[in-house]
Design a binder for this molecule. Structure first.
Ligand code: EPS
Length: 362
């Protein structure tokens, strides 16, 4: 299978299947001299991991990262950084039936049609397990972006089914298992998820992420626009069906007088552009919003066909997330950081001598 790499100068290649011996990634193009230690991967890997609350998959993976290359005496050397995480808790017998059928709404059918062979155990390469390595690679990107440019990337759940946040507080986000910005609604979310699990169904979600401190100038028109690469990066995450930058689809019903972000030397008056104009960062926060579909692996029977071409009813047992969006905040942050990192290096390569231009909006 091709297309397992992304990024031009900060290139990330991931490999591995959900129930194989291990998953891993190779980061090529990381600047040398960045201090990085195994412990620094812990926080984001834990934020994304399964089994950390009753509302996500109960597969229990340690997600211990091993740094195999590219780091010497605690610093990146500029050579490829290989990271490995061993799979320790697969339960392949759950997938015995799925090997003979296709889950409605899952990539089972398209992988079969494309490759003529598939590893059905845990969804194989189509499993959300793969996102672990993007989060690991982004630990390196987030650190470099923060140290070199003061960039801060963070995200939160912005909708779960029909529930939307009533209030907003960044501090609340890390204090509950939903990455929800209003602490007063956590009990309501728990009730909704408990009811959903009981009826064996799943639900979609929206995740928002923002990068603050991005300087103006990142992004390469025309075919390497920052928003274009962000959309492609977000769309590469499992279960993603929609991506918005800034005002996104709300721009459809806006007037020009409303949408334009008016400029004064001491700042823009709004940020409907989501920090990107003409595919290039403006210096405002880069904001992205991502729609996740409901998980296709559910207990409610659905119509499908089996390998013999017979009509069948599919019920998916096993340890599935009733809402993949709940664990997706660190993944969206990761893709935002990885795309920005690549563009930071690309901007430096072509335009590093241009320097800050006057006037610059604060
Ligand atoms: C997944 C199905 C479940 C999840 C898995 C993603 O795997 P299994 O059926 O093997 O328990 O646990 O997520 C992870 C293991 C992870 O680390 O994110 C799927 O179908 O995508």
């Amino acid at each position: 299978m091709s297309s397992n790499s992304f990024g031009k100068l900060f290139t990330v290649t991931t490999f591995g299947e959900s129930h194989g011996p291990a998953i891993g990634c190779v980061i090529d193009g990381c600047p040398p001299g960045l201090a990085i230690a195994t412990e620094e991967f812990r926080r984001d890997l834990d934020r994304r991991a399964t089994g950390r609350s009753r509302h996500t998959s109960q597969r229990h993976e340690a997600d211990e990262v091993e740094i195999l290359s590219g780091v010497y005496e605690g610093r990146t050397t500029g050579t490829p950084i290989a990271l490995l995480i061993r799979n320790t808790d697969p339960r392949s017998k759950d997938y015995g039936d799925i090997a003979q059928t296709f889950r409605p709404g899952h990539a089972d059918y398209t992988y079969w049609q494309k490759y003529g062979i598939r590893d059905p155990r845990g969804g194989g390469r189509a499993s959300a397990r793969e996102t672990t390595m993007r989060v690991a690679a982004a630990v390196v990107a987030k650190k470099w972006l923060a140290e070199r440019h003061g960039v801060r990337v963070r995200g939160h759940l912005a909708q779960l089914g029909d529930i939307v946040p009533r209030g907003f507080d960044w501090e609340a986000v890390e204090a509950n298992p939903f990455f929800w910005p209003d602490a007063g609604q956590v009990a309501e979310l728990e009730r909704a998820m408990d009811a959903l699990r009981k009826c064996g169904d799943s639900v979609g979600a929206r995740v928002n992420a923002v990068a603050e401190g991005v300087p103006p100038g990142w992004g390469e028109p025309v075919y390497g626009k920052l928003d274009g690469d962000l959309a492609a990066g977000m769309m590469s995450i499992n279960a993603v069906k929609g991506v918005e930058i800034g005002a996104g689809f709300a721009a459809v019903s806006q007037r020009g007088t409303q949408h334009r972000d008016q400029m004064h030397l001491d700042g823009f008056t709004s940020n409907h552009a989501g920090g990107i104009l003409g595919g290039i960062s403006t210096g405002q926060p880069v904001s992205v919003s991502v729609a996740f579909k409901p998980t296709s692996s559910i207990l409610v029977p659905g119509d499908s066909v089996n390998l013999a071409g017979e009509g069948v009813q599919v019920v998916t047992k096993g340890r599935h997330d009733p809402c993949v969006g709940i664990r997706a905040t660190p993944i969206v942050e990761a893709m935002l950081a990885l795309v920005l990192m690549d563009h930071a290096l690309r901007h430096r390569a072509q335009c590093g001598d241009v320097g800050p231009m006057a006037p610059r909006i604060a």
